[in-house]
Design a protein around this ligand. Structure first.
Ligand code: MF3
Ligand code: CO
Ligand code: CO
Length: 246
């Protein structure tokens, strides 16, 4: 969506505040011994408690309020009775609909004593987002953002997932344009003031290739290496982008 009014911007901010609250609640709750379904329940209660709707639930048949992706699961892990363990890397992705607008964000949490390698992986996903964000400015191209994310990620020695991308967002969870995490600067759609985007690097400690499980949702790294995901909903402006879910 391109926000043409303050009302639309306020709508996007309010939806994003719900997402942020749900992720904060998940962060406080996550610890060794809890199941991913329990984490999902905390997220769903937070969203509904704020009068919003967990828009993942029922989206293309997806069963839950959040996606919870442990270790080698990159994204779209379905909450289950799986217990998270000390040392795990747990990505949590939340989308909420509030008063007609969508917010979308993801964080990767370290559970207990996580290896230095895993902590570095988590940090790199966040840093890759900010590397891309630097180019999220009216007049630049989508490829400027994508190329910056890829360059940062690969320079750090990580893989950048290609099968899934960031996206425009607004009254729908997924709107044009696609925002890949790889590509060439100077290519793609020109960014405009008011454009709402979900920028979301998904990176791997090993090879970037992924496979989808038989449940049709769970995306794992093909080589079994761990992955991290970091996402925010942002509004592009003529100056600094506005990050709505931080
Ligand atoms: N939140 C995801 C994204 O970043 C989409 C999840 S769709 C679901 O685009 F159905 F898997 F929940
Ligand atoms: Co998301
Ligand atoms: Co998204």
């Amino acid at each position: 969506m391109i926000c043409r009014s303050d009302k639309e911007r306020e709508g996007m901010r309010a939806a994003s505040r719900v997402v942020k609250a749900a992720l904060d609640a998940a962060e406080r709750f996550v610890r060794a011994g809890v199941t991913t379904l329990e984490i999902d329940a905390v997220i769903e209660e937070t969203i509904r408690g704020m009068g919003a709707i967990p828009s993942s639930k029922g989206f293309c048949g997806y069963p839950n309020a959040s996606c919870i992706s442990v270790n080698d699961v990159v994204v779209h892990g379905i909450p289950s009775l799986q217990v998270v363990n000390d040392g795990d890397v747990v990505s949590v992705d939340v989308t909420a609909l509030f008063k007609g607008y969508q917010g979308d964000a993801a964080r990767t949490f370290a559970v207990g004593n996580v290896s230095a390698q895993n902590l570095a992986l988590i940090d790199a996903a966040k840093a890759a987002f900010f590397a891309g964000l630097e180019y999220a400015k009216a007049g630049n191209r989508v490829g400027d953002v994508s190329g910056a994310i890829q360059l940062y990620t690969e320079l750090k020695g990580y893989g950048v997932v290609r099968a899934l991308t960031g996206h425009g967002i607004g009254r729908q969870m997924h709107e044009p344009p696609e925002v890949p995490n790889f590509g060439r600067s100077g290519t793609g759609v020109t960014l405009k003031n008011g454009m709402c985007l979900a920028i979301e690097p998904m990176i791997t400690a090993g090879d970037w290739r992924v496979k989808v499980e038989r449940d049709k949702w769970t995306v794992r790294t093909a080589d079994g290496s761990n992955a991290a995901h970091y996402e925010n909903t942002v509004i592009v402006t003529d100056g600094e982008p506005e990050i709505l879910t931080l």
